[in-house]
Ligand binder design. Structure first.
Ligand code: OOG
Ligand code: NI
Length: 455
C-alpha cells in the first residue's frame, strides 16, 4: 500500500514553489516580501501585546507563509479541472463574487482550506475568476475568443494523470506529490509568447483588457501573490522608497483598534514585453504584487453595516488621495463599534470560545451569560480571522491593475447558478463556515463548564 502525504503538506509545498517561481519572474515581488517582513518585524517589536496574542492564537507561525494568489480562466472546462487540481491540496471553492457590477466581466470564487488545523498550517488561497464571454457585445469577437480558448489545454498531461490518481487513491505519495507540484506549477507560469497575433490581441484588448489577458496566452499565469502584513498603512507609505508604485488607495475598511475583514493594496502592474504570433513585438500589463491585512470575520449583520458605511463613504471619497480617503473612512466608520466586547454583544463579528485554566478548575457554575463568563475569566473569546475576499475591494484591485478608471457596469448581473454549473460543484457559503466554528467552540466551552449549550 502507498503511504499518502496529507493534502495540507502538498498545499504547503505548492505555495512555496509558487512563491519562488513568482519571485524569480517578478523581482519586485521579492522586494515587496522583504518590505512586508521588515514592517511585520518592527510591528511585533513595538506591539508586544499583539505579538503575544498572535502567538497564543497560533497565528504567528502562519504569518510567514501566508499569501494568496489570483488567476483568471476562460472556460467551464478549465474551471472544473482547476477545482480538481486544488482538491489535491485540500482547497475547496468558498464564496461567490460577482464583479460585473463593477465593470469587470468575470465572476469568481476562492479556493482555500477550511478546517482550523489546515488554516493554521498554511491558509494559501487562490482567487479564481471565470471570464464571462456572454458579456462581450460583438458576436464575432465573442466567437473568436471562444474558438481560441477551445484550442488550448492549460494543464500538462502529467498534472492530469496525478489529479486523477489523487481521486482514485484518495491522495498522493511523497514522490507523486513532488511531481504534482512541479506539473501543476506549469499551469500558472508566465509566457512571453502570445498564442495570437497582435491584431487579435488589440481587438480583444479594445473590448476589455481583461479579455485579452485571459484569451491570448497559453495559460492562466498567476497575476499576483499577496503576503499578509500587520501594518498595511506603513507598507503603503514605504513602497515608493523601495521602488514600487502603489495603487492610489488602500481598499476596504479604515485602520481600527479591532481590525475588521480585510484591507488591501498593491503595486501597479508592470508593462512586460510580449512576442506575438507572426513575430511582432508588443507589451502586456497584467502582473503585480499585493499586500493584505486581515481582521475579524463579520456576521451577516456586521457585513450589512460594513456595506452600508462603505457605500456612504464612497460617495465622499471619489478622487481623493489615500490620506484623505482614509480620513473620510475613519469618520464614516465611527458608527461601527470598535471594541471586541461591543462587536460580540451586538452580534457583529464571529468569535471562537475557549475555557480558561480557571474555568476548568472552577466548581459548579451558576452563571450562564456568556459575557459574564468572560468577565469572570472562565472562558475567553478571540476574534475569528476573515479568510475570504471582498467584491468591492477586488474590483478596485482589478481596476487599478488593468489600467484605466472604473469601467461601466455590465448589464448582466450575478449568476451564481451558471458559475456553479461551470465549476461542477456548489461553492461553500463562507458565513456558514464562520458560524459553525463559533457555535461548536461555544458549545464545547460551555459543556466543559457543565453548562448546557445555549440554542
Ligand atoms: C483578482 C483581483 C482580486 C483580491 O485580492 O481581492 C484579488 C485579479 O486581478 O485577478 O485578488
Ligand atoms: Ni488579491
Amino acid at each position: 500500500m502507498t503511504t499518502l502525504v496529507s493534502h495540507h503538506e502538498i498545499r504547503d509545498r505548492f505555495s512555496k514553489a509558487m512563491s519562488a517561481m513568482y519571485q524569480a519572474e517578478v523581482p519586485q515581488y521579492e522586494t515587496l516580501l522583504e518590505l512586508v517582513a521588515e514592517v511585520n518585524r518592527e510591528t511585533l517589536e513595538r506591539d508586544t501585546e499583539l505579538a503575544e496574542r498572535l502567538e497564543a492564537h497560533d497565528e504567528l507561525n502562519r504569518l510567514g507563509v501566508e499569501r494568496h494568489g489570483a488567476i483568471r480562466v476562460g472556460s467551464a472546462e478549465e474551471l472544473a479541472m482547476l477545482r480538481r487540481l486544488f482538491a489535491v491540496m485540500g482547497m475547496v471553492p468558498v464564496g461567490y463574487y460577482d464583479l460585473s457590477e463593477a465593470g469587470v466581466p468575470v465572476h469568481s470564487t476562492a479556493f482555500r482550506p477550511i478546517d482550523d488545523e489546515a488554516l493554521a498550517r498554511n491558509p494559501f488561497r487562490v482567487f479564481t475568476s471565470l471570464l464571462r464571454l456572454e458579456l462581450i457585445e460583438s458576436p464575432e469577437l465573442r466567437e473568436r475568443a471562444a474558438g481560441i480558448l477551445a484550442a488550448r489545454d492549460i494543464f500538462t498531461s502529467g498534472a492530469r494523470e496525478l489529479i486523477a490518481l489523487n481521486e482514485t487513491q484518495g491522495g498522493l505519495s511523497d514522490e507523486q506529490a513532488e511531481r504534482f507540484v512541479k506539473e501543476a506549477l506549469e499551469t500558472f507560469r508566465w509566457h512571453r509568447d502570445a498564442t495570437v497575433d497582435l491584431d487579435t490581441y488589440e481587438a480583444l484588448h479594445a473590448e476589455h483588457r481583461l479579455i485579452a489577458d485571459v484569451v491570448c496566452f497559453r495559460g492562466p499565469h498567476i497575476n499576483h501573490l499577496t503576503p499578509r502584513t500587520l501594518d498595511i498603512d506603513e507598507v503603503q507609505r514605504r513602497m515608493p522608497a523601495a521602488g514600487m508604485n502603489p495603487k492610489e488607495v488602500i481598499e476596504g475598511p479604515p485602520r481600527r483598534a479591532c481590525p475588521i475583514l480585510l484591507r488591501q493594496t498593491s503595486f501597479k502592474a508592470l508593462e512586460e514585453p510580449i512576442r506575438f504570433a507572426g513575430d511582432r513585438q508588443g507589451t502586456h500589463t497584467a502582473r503585480f504584487g499585493e499586500i493584505e491585512q486581515r481582521g475579524v470575520a463579520l456576521t451577516a449583520k456586521g457585513r450589512a453595516l460594513y456595506d452600508r458605511l462603505l457605500g456612504e463613504s464612497r460617495r465622499r471619497t471619489a478622487g481623493l488621495t489615500n490620506e484623505e480617503h482614509q480620513r473620510v473612512l475613519a469618520e464614516v466608520f465611527a458608527d461601527f463599534p470598535d471594541t471586541e466586547a461591543e462587536l460580540r454583544r451586538q452580534g457583529l463579528a464571529f468569535f471562537e470560545y475557549r475555557t480558561t485554566e480557571a474555568g476548568r478548575e472552577a466548581g459548579p457554575i451558576a452563571e450562564t451569560e456568556v459575557e459574564r463568563l468572560i468577565e469572570q475569566g472562565l472562558i475567553t473569546a478571540r476574534p475569528i480571522t476573515y479568510e475570504d475576499f471582498l467584491p468591492v475591494s477586488a474590483a478596485g484591485i482589478f481596476q487599478s491593475n488593468l489600467g484605466g478608471d472604473g469601467s461601466e457596469a455590465y448589464a448582466g448581473h450575478a449568476n451564481r447558478e451558471a458559475f456553479e454549473e461551470a465549476l461542477g460543484a456548489p461553492v461553500t457559503d463562507e458565513l456558514t463556515l464562520y458560524a459553525e466554528r463559533e457555535r461548536s467552540s461555544l458549545d464545547a466551552a460551555l459543556t466543559s463548564l457543565g453548562i448546557p449549550p445555549v440554542r
